[in-house]
Structure formats: C-alpha cells, structure tokens
Design a protein. Sequence first.
Length: 418
Amino acid sequence: MVAIEGILDRPQAELLMRALHEPAAIVGPDLVIHCVNDMAQRLFAEGQDAGQLRSLPGDLAPVVREALSAGPVLGHKVALSDERTLVLDLSGVPLKDGGFLLLMYDRTERFALENQLRRQQDFASILLNRTGALVVVLDREGRIVEFNEACQRLTGYSPDKALGRCVWDFLLVPEEVEGVKGVFASLIAGMFPNQYENFWVTKDGQRRRIAWTNTAIADRSGVVTHIVGTGFDITEFKAREEELRRQALHDPLTGLANRAFLMEQMRLAAHRAAREQDLRFCVMLLDLDGFKQVNDRHGHQFGDQVLVSVANRLREQTRKSDLVCRLGGDEFVILAERLHGPVGAEVVAGRVLEDLKRPFVVKSTPVRVGASIGLALGGPGDTEPETLLAVADRAMYRAKRQGGSRYAFADRGIGTAA
C-alpha cells in the first residue's frame, strides 16, 4: 500500500467519524478496525457491540486497500452472508498516525431500485418492440421520443433518423398536417380524442393508412407531458373495404355504376338542384336496339363483349361530371347534372346516338346496334328516383316505337342524331 501523508490526527478523525450520517470507520495500516460509528455498526454488525467489530467483513479488505491507495471504489458488492449482500462506495482519508478514516456510502437500496427499474425498462422495451402494433411517443412539441421496431419496419426510418423530429415534418401527407396538429393540440389540452386515422408516408414514398388509439400521459400536477400513439396499419383492410364497396355499387361486367349507386346519386342530384334552383338534372335511360339478335346469333359471351364496348363508348361521349350506369341486360342510364334546360341533355343524347352508329368489332366480327333513349328532366322536387326512372322508361319506349335510334323527352317530342 502506498504511504500517503496524513492530514488528520486520531481525535479529529473520531469526532468527524461520529458526526457523519454515513457509515465510517477508523482503520490501522494493517486494516484492523479501531472504531466505527453507529451507522457502520448497524450496517455490518447488527446485534453486536461496536467494540466486537475488529476486522473488515466479507471480502472488503482488498477493496479497502485499493480505495486507500488508488482512489475511491464505486459500487462494490460485499457478501456478508448467503442472504445479505451490500453495495458500497468506498474512499479513505489518511491519518497522521498512518491509519485511515474509511468512508462508506451504502448504495444497496438504491442499487436494488436501479436494478428493478432497469428490469422494468427492459420489460417495457421488450413489450414495446415485440408487439406487432406501431407505438410512437411524442413530447408536448410533437417531437418523437420513442419509435418502436414496428414503426421502423413500416416506415424504413431508423431511430437516429426519427427521434427528435416532429411527426408532421416527415411522416404525414401535406393535406392531413393541419388535421393531425388539431388532434394533437386537443390531446395536449386534455380533451383526449382517443381514436384517429391518418396516412403515414414511408421513406420510399408509400402511403400507409394508420388507425390510432392515443393516450395522454400527465405529470402529478395533471399537465400532459407526452402522447402515446398505438397504431395498426389498415391500408390493405381499407383497400379491401373499398373494393367491396365498389363491387356492391358497380356492375361486374362493364365496371359502370349499378342501380343501387344510381338511386343514391339521383337523390343527391335532387338535393343539389334545390340549392341551385336555376339548374336541372336529366335521367337518360338507354335501351339497345338490335342487341337481342346479336346475342342470339353470336352467343352470350360475344354479346357481353358488345355490352362492354357500349359502356366504353358511353364513357367517352359523356362529361366527366356525368354518371354512366348499367341497370342490367342491355339497359343503361346516363345521369347528367347542372343543366340549364333540355338543350344540354339533347346534346349528350345526340352525341351518344351518333357514336353508336359506328359498328362494333368483336373477335374480328363487325356488328351494329343502335339505341332508344328516354329523357326525363328532374328538379328539386324529384326526390323519388324510381318515379323519375319510370318516366324516362316510358319516354324510351316512345322512341323505340318510332323506330329506335332516337331519343324522346318525357314531356316533349322525338329527337334523332343529327
């Protein structure tokens, strides 16, 4: 052991030792204990007289020698028995007579608490990263403080690229930023709208739809300090849901809207007409002329291809704002809105009839079909779609009785393509 010149004499050291609120002992150069304070007595020799404690307990002697010669030893474990282990910080103050004032700081309880906290943190980390859910924690400014492995896998961002950044600076689509900020502000204010959906944009530019459940974390005074978002990627679910909705509202053969969708849109058209009373809408019911003969001669598969071709031409000859539907069989409907009167409807009907004059070529075979179209103008009071459709149907039969390949208004005369 390196000799160090003492700075205290023995009486001074004893006074200091007994005034300390931490365990302390005076030891000789041979590491024999001369005296201890009450704290050290309770620490090492519960139930023993202080005078009986003469040697350093456990494997403490070599560690004390290190602390006295090389400097403080921190966090040393001392096994007093099979059941009891202490964790101590040790340092020594040299005395003039060659001994030392041994100072000890008992970290046993703190060490146990730190271990418990570490285990809890490890457990929380395992839960955070083993769960299949996305878990992101934001501070009061919206900065990311936790970004679990599920978030990393989905977005392609590593923690060093995500932590500390505001979520709306790189993960949101521009059109949703203000909405998300509003939800976040409500959460911080304690209003807690717990569930929300929005897009996240991945590192490679994909949009993923996320359903979030949000939890606010408050301090003891009730001030919200963090927001924990737990989310699930519902992109594929939404796509399937949209596809099922599309299938429910569209004709499987042509891809046009079906009767159910038409009824819904006709009701909405009547409501829109009520807001714009100088504008009307028109229902144009179209029934193909000569289609039965094509079907009988060439077969149903051939006929289906003709129907698909008709649908494509109707799309081409109508405005983007017009709705083209297939009711079934060879019946189609065009719903045209924002018309100033019958003239606009006549233009659309005439254009469709003219285009249908061109032959259809299916499997290298040219065929011709025409169409009879019944037109019924609708307005604010026409909120019963079936009634207006029946009016257009009667007008269509008037056109067909006149030889087909023409249109007829429900309350006017017969028209043909120019």
